[in-house]
Write a protein that binds this ligand. Sequence first.
Ligand SMILES: [Zn+2]
Length: 229
Amino acid sequence: MPNNPRLVFFGPPGAGKGTQAERLTETYGVPHISSGDILRDGSRSGTELGNEIASYIDNGRLVPDELICRIIFEEIAKPACQRGFVLDGFPRSVEQAEALDEILAGRGFRLQGAIELELSEAEITDRLTARRWCEDCGAVFNLKFDPPEMRGCKRGRPISECDIVQRADDTAGTVQTRLKVYRETAGPIIDYYARDGRLYPIVTNGQSPEEVFRQLQNTLGEMGVVPVQ
Ligand SMILES: [Zn+2]
């Protein structure tokens, strides 16, 4: 019997976490649960929980740990996650990682591992400062390896009519800060998974998205996880 993928995903900004998580979920037929997306969508849903989330986001406050845990645990209890999931943006603390292990154990499951995409600081800066996005449709491009003119806007119109800009977040100075924040938050959680041999680092320096994905597939193969037919 092949194993079901139950994974958490880590990686510094610019390492291609979103892209790889997306490909992984397509190939292995499991949902990609991004805490950022859930909070964004949830805050617009108009449900009781949604309004609770919105009350924090709209006031520029951090959504508390307890609420994030509740949302994520509700999500992974859904039938769609029965055969596994890929979590992205959660856990954000060792406490949350422990809580996740406990919840899963209570259902007879185990989190197989944490995938960490590794990327050198020089390449992070290089990649992020070349990043551009369309203000209108939200498509993200990279001047170096994924230029806008190669695939165009999500709305299917010529790229010349799009508003392609650089986000304030993607300038060299802010990249340093984001990297520091990433190391401080993710570091202890990554150590937590490393301690019992559940950390799977993937080196992404100088690698194309395809090469990174091949490494990922090999790693999942070692865990006994196989792609859906
Ligand atoms: Zn666009």
